[in-house]
Design a protein around this ligand. Structure first.
Ligand code: SF4
Length: 201
C-alpha cells in the first residue's frame, strides 16, 4: 500500500482514493501511478498510526516539501491531514507542507476549516479548472453541483489566505488562452496567486 511516494523533489502523501469530484480528465482514469512506480490505489485507507510509521521510514531532510496529494481528495480526510501536518511540523519545522486540493474542504466538512490550517499548512494549491460553474461541473462533476462547488471553492480560497502563507489557484496549460485569463482574473479577485501547470497525460 503506497502511503507516501516520491515525486520530483517532494514527498507526497496518499491518504484516500475518495473524492467529491469525478473529473473527466483525472489521471486516475488512465494510470495507476504518477511517478512510474508507486501504485496509488489503496486497498483501504491507512490509519494515522500507519501514516506516521510510513513517514518514520523516510529521511525527511531529503525533501523540498511534503504534499498531501494522492489518488483522491485529501480534504475527504481533512482532520487527519491536520493531525499529520502538525505532527510533521513538530518533527521538521522547516519542511514546507502543501495541500493539493479541489478546494471543496468546507463543503465536504460542512464547516469553515480554513482556520485549522494556521501554523501547519504552508501552501494550498487549488485546482480551479474552469472560469464558471457550468464549465466546472461539465469537467469536474462535483457531487455538490456546479453552482455550490464553484462558489464554495472561491469562498474557501478567499478565507484560506487569512491563515495560509501561500494560496494558489491552478489551471492546466491545455485550456484556451481566454479561459486561462478569465481564471487569472478570478484569482486576483479572491486575492490568491495563480499558476498555469503542465497537464499530466
Ligand atoms: S478532484 Fe482531483 S482526484 Fe478528484 S476526480 Fe478531480 S482530478 Fe481526480
Amino acid at each position: 500500500m503506497t502511503i507516501t511516494y516520491e515525486y520530483y523533489h517532494s514527498l507526497y502523501v496518499n491518504l484516500t482514493n475518495r473524492c467529491s469530484n469525478a473529473c473527466t480528465f483525472c489521471v486516475r482514469n488512465k494510470h495507476d501511478d504518477v511517478n512510474g512506480k508507486d501504485n496509488l490505489w489503496l486497498e483501504r485507507e491507512p490509519s494515522l498510526e500507519e501514516i506516521k510509521a510510513d513517514f518514520e521510514k523516510r529521511d525527511l531532510s531529503k525533501y523540498a516539501s511534503v504534499v498531501f496529494c494522492g489518488y483522491g481528495e485529501p480534504a475527504m480526510r481533512f482532520d487527519d491531514v491536520i493531525v499529520i501536518a502538525k505532527w510533521l511540523k513538530e518533527k521538521q519545522p522547516d519542511l514546507p507542507i502543501r495541500i493539493n486540493t479541489n478546494g471543496q474542504a468546507n463543503l465536504i466538512c460542512k464547516r469553515d476549516v480554513t482556520p485549522e490550517m494556521a501554523g501547519c499548512i504552508d501552501c494550498v494549491s487549488i485546482s480551479l479548472n474552469a472560469e464558471n460553474p457550468e464549465k466546472y461541473q461539465k469537467l469536474c462533476q462535483s457531487e455538490f453541483g456546479g453552482e455550490t462547488a464553484f462558489s464554495g471553492i472561491l469562498d474557501f480560497a478567499a478565507r484560506a489566505v487569512k491563515y495560509v502563507p501561500e494560496v494558489v489557484f491552478s489551471v492546466v496549460d491545455i485550456m484556451p488562452e481566454a479561459e486561462i485569463e478569465a481564471c487569472r482574473k478570478i484569482a486576483q479577485d479572491c486575492g490568491v496567486k495563480f499558476r498555469v501547470r503542465e497537464f499530466i497525460k
